[in-house]
Design a protein around this ligand. Sequence first.
Ligand code: ATP
Length: 332
Amino acid sequence: MSNHLVEICDLKVAFDGVQVLHGIDLAVGRGEALGLVGESGCGKSVTWLAALGLLPGRATVSGSVRIEGQELCGTPRQALENVRGGRIAMISQDPSSSLNPVIRIGRQITEALTLHRGLRGETARAEALRVMDMVGIPDARRRFDLYPHEFSGGQCQRLMIAMALAGEPDLLIADEPTTALDATIQAQILDLLIQLRAETGMATVFISHDLGAVSQVCERVCVMYAGRIVEQGTIAQLFSEPRHPYTRGLFDAIPRLDGPRDRLIPIPGTVPNPKHLTAGCAFAPRCAHAAATCDFQRPALDLLDDGRHLACFNPVPFAKTVPVRQKMLEGV
Ligand SMILES: Nc1ncnc2c1ncn2[C@@H]1O[C@H](COP(=O)(O)OP(=O)(O)OP(=O)(O)O)[C@@H](O)[C@H]1O
């Protein structure tokens, strides 16, 4: 059996005939933290929603998604439900997608414990309190019978993580888990994700626009553009020497606290509409490095000598490191 916990091969998704994922190959190791970055609409969420069978019926999905060898694509709904929340749990930026506003929080967590681990009665209650405590809800015993609206936004996010942990997942997919929170609470939730991974050994997929957050939580990062992976490597590789012009553009667009605001260089243009993709590289119209070939031929995702994967005919040369990335790397 492979060393990977999850292996995604040639995953394709179309909505009403419009293809939005074009053959994603991705693996997550046991206990690994993988970051998925890219601008809005590039397919980060759809990749994992498709993997878990959570897309609406009008989506067409093909390819293979395996968890420890067990194929999920084409698996009956009931069997998938055992995997979701059990072996793989997903949290999003919106606690209301996981927390039911009219059910007391303790009951919601104990129900998840019953569903995924068969715990009941006092055992379930004790475990729910332990999980609430683990995610840093103060005075869990007293707050067990409160409703979600009686908790702050950051605490609701913690409770959502508690629900996810209830099934003792092998993989936690955190989809923009901190986007809706203010900076201090964001930092606390990131710390919590790092701490929980260290304590439980679960793998984490961290989906985010925020490269700084990804560098704190993850070991490896995957950059997506227009439904494809364009660069993939370790945090150190991509942060010190991004080779894809898109990855480089994402770094240059990060606001710097220590420099003049005019150093921020946004990527020109916008993400293409999936209906209007050409046979060329989807990033070519926005790319300062694009050559004539890039307009009509698409580069494959190749493995480079340094171990990263890159899909580009004309990559950024080595040794173009800029200080902002050095600063981020200090924490890696
Ligand atoms: N339910 C849906 N119906 C139709 N199209 C969809 C649906 N969900 C996603 N899409 C399309 O699929 C593409 C990928 O969307 P996805 O949500 O995966 O992007 P993302 O990278 O996660 O963006 P964000 O960072 O904004 O969440 C987009 O073009 C989006 O419009």
